[in-house]
Design a protein around this ligand. Structure first.
Ligand SMILES: Cc1cc2nc3c(=O)[nH]c(=O)nc-3n(C[C@H](O)[C@H](O)[C@H](O)COP(=O)(O)O)c2cc1C
Length: 179
């Protein structure tokens, strides 16, 4: 099986999660290619069994490089006639969405719109959603937003324990995919 990981990360949190997912997939014997959002423009998502897409939540939306990518690819697949009424499932095509966030003001509610936006994209393509993950990450450079926000003291997150769990959860997803 082949998997593609596409992500953007400004301060490293999403990158850590992407690496943990990569480790989980490789442990499961899946071939993994990792690209940034620019390189992803020339990738055909339908060539992979699993596409993992990750972004920080930025003003409760995906970060701009990911939003731009989604728009470009949606236009491309629409022109190719792959966006169909009823969004029929395309067998064997799966997506894993991961979103890191700090939730300083309203908690996870200021991250879910970002994850759901990415999810909608893959659902429109007919992919099966293998997971939609929200992972707390320190708000680097803002002590107040990392300690006084709704989620409390989130310094150091995602921790190595958080990342181990992501790796284990990825292995579980991989098991289900190969069934
Ligand atoms: C300009 C800016 C806007 C942000 N907006 C949100 C937000 O709306 N909701 C949220 O939960 N976190 C928000 N964050 C926090 C980031 O989503 C969080 O720290 C994330 O883990 C950063 O990922 P990265 O290290 O991969 O860039 C924002 C951070 C920045 C710098």
């Amino acid at each position: 099986m082949d998997a593609l990981i596409v992500y953007t990360s400004n301060t490293g949190n999403t990158k850590k999660v992407a690496n943990a997912i990569k480790e989980g997939l490789e442990t499961s014997g899946i071939n993994v290619k990792t690209v940034d959002s620019k390189q992803a423009v020339s990738e055909d998502f339908f060539s992979y069994d699993l596409v993992c897409m990750g972004s920080p939540s930025i003003q409760w939306s995906p970060a701009k490089p990911i939003s731009d990518l989604l728009k470009t690819k949606l236009d491309q697949y629409r022109n190719e006639g792959k966006i169909l009424p009823g969004a029929p499932k395309v067998p064997g095509k799966n997506a894993l969405i991961f979103c890191t966030y700090s939730g300083p003001h309203t908690g996870i509610d200021e991250a879910t719109p970002a994850g759901k936006t990415i999810r909608q994209y893959f659902e429109h393509l007919g992919f099966t959603i293998a997971g939609e993950w929200y992972i707390i990450g320190e708000f680097h450079g803002r002590l107040d937003l990392s300690t006084l926000g709704r989620l409390g003291d989130i310094r150091g997150k995602p921790t190595s324990k958080d990342l181990d769990k992501i790796k284990m959860d990825t292995i579980q997803i991989a098991k289900n995919l190969t069934k």
